[in-house]
Ligand binder design. Structure first.
Ligand code: NAD
Length: 362
């Protein structure tokens, strides 16, 4: 049966970078036999402009029927004055919660060709390949009670609740163990069990799940140490699993180790394995419409979709290696440009990946 793929270009550079990813998908369909049907719909500011809402009903219905979603990015300064519920970001957050996308996969990969882009020494980061699995729908961002209240003495206090049920911990742990099984079979669970009860439970449940995955080497690390280790010796990690807030912070830090925001894809999955795949960067309004945005994060999001959504690791590897080939040729968009490289625009970069991919089909 053919995969129903919903494509949501969004705002800013979204349509430009997604156009290049579509070309890659067309090659996979026409020359590698990937059975895929593509549909497009609006979201974010584009959804608001076309249909009066950042998550139009028609888009939501298509999303609920899709096997996978590829998203560009949403947002832009022209939407900043809209009421909060009509802002572009609201469309994306609603879609994530409507589809119950609880597992956020954030790889931090540094292609050896781009080792100079990192602020860390090349030998510390070259060839870095970490996968951070962040719980996305629970923890302190959603826990109740929450609020700001007036106390008797006239002072106010602000409070939030970090809460996880066992089932929530178990399902994210299973996702992480499964992913570790497809990689180097090492999983590090990050918590703050020396201080927080919620982390004590987290650790206990992760240990229970580990019994079902005897071939995965599990370790535990406190989040403060994990932050230090990420910048000291990041290559020690294979897969990291952690709760929402810790994952938010650690995954951004890990992304910055690579120094190239235009290169990093992400995935958000639900319990049935349905997923949304998107670059980690935003809509980059400062360069939108100029044809200079780096499309590689979006193209690599297609590779993640193939590996984690469609069980086509073979094709994912083709796409990733095609990207590596293009970097080997010295092609660089402005954001990853270095001395001696050939600066190219969005379309040229996309076309180079398409050509490299075609070369692998024959
Ligand atoms: P951003 O990621 O859009 O841009 C940060 C910087 O990185 C900019 O200088 C931009 O030009 C550059 N950049 C980003 N992607 C690039 C690419 N593919 N190629 C080359 N350069 C690239 O973050 P921002 O400027 O803070 O936010 C802009 C808008 O994007 C805001 O409206 C924000 O809310 C939204 N946003 C959306 C998402 C999303 O859709 N998932 C994520 C983050 C931010």
């Amino acid at each position: 049966m053919s995969t129903r793929l919903l494509i949501l270009p969004g705002d800013g550079i979204g349509p430009e970078i997604v156009a290049e990813a579509i070309k890659v998908l067309e090659v996979l369909r026409d020359e590698f036999g990937l059975s895929v049907e593509m549909e497009q719909a609006s979201i974010g500011g584009a959804g608001y402009e076309q249909d009066g809402h950042p998550l139009p009903q028609a888009t939501l219905e298509l999303a609920q029927r899709a096997d996978a979603i590829l998203l560009g990015a949403v947002g832009g300064p022209q939407f900043n004055e809209l009421p909060r519920e009509l802002r572009p970001e609201r469309g994306l957050l609603s879609l994530r919660s409507e589809l119950d996308l609880f597992a956020n996969l954030r790889p931090a990969i540094l292609y050896p060709q781009l080792a100079d882009a990192s602020t860390l020494r090349p030998e510390v980061v070259s060839g870095l390949d970490i996968m951070i699995v962040r719980e996305l729908t629970g923890g302190i961002y959603f826990g109740k009670p929450r609020g700001i209240r007036l106390l008797d003495g006239g002072q106010r206090d602000g409070y939030n609740t970090m809460v996880y049920q066992e089932a929530e911990i178990e399902r994210i742990a299973r996702v992480a163990f499964e992913i570790a099984g497809k990689r180097q079979k090492r999983l590090c669970s990050v918590d703050k069990a020396n201080v927080l009860e919620v982390s004590e439970l987290w650790r206990e449940v992760v240990d229970q799940v580990a019994v079902d995955y005897p071939d995965i080497e599990l370790s535990h690390m406190y989040v403060d140490n994990a932050a230090m280790q990420l910048v000291r010796a990041p290559k020690q990690f294979d897969v990291v699993v952690t709760e929402n807030l810790f994952g938010d912070v650690l995954s951004d830090a890990a992304a910055m180790l690579t120094g190239s925001i235009g290169m990093l894809p992400s995935a958000s999955l639900n319990a049935s394995g349905m997923g949304m795949y998107e670059p980690i960067h935003g809509s980059a309004p400062d360069i939108a419409g100029k044809g200079v945005a780096n499309p590689l994060a979006t193209i690599l999001s297609v590779a993640m979709m193939l590996r984690y959504g469609l069980d086509r690791s073979d094709l994912a590897t083709h796409v990733e290696e095609a990207v590596g080939q293009v970097l080997d040729q010295g092609l660089r968009t402005a954001d990853i440009a270095a001395d001696g490289s050939t600066p190219v625009g969005t379309e040229q970069m996309g076309q180079a990946v398409v050509d490299a991919l075609r070369g692998r089909a024959s």
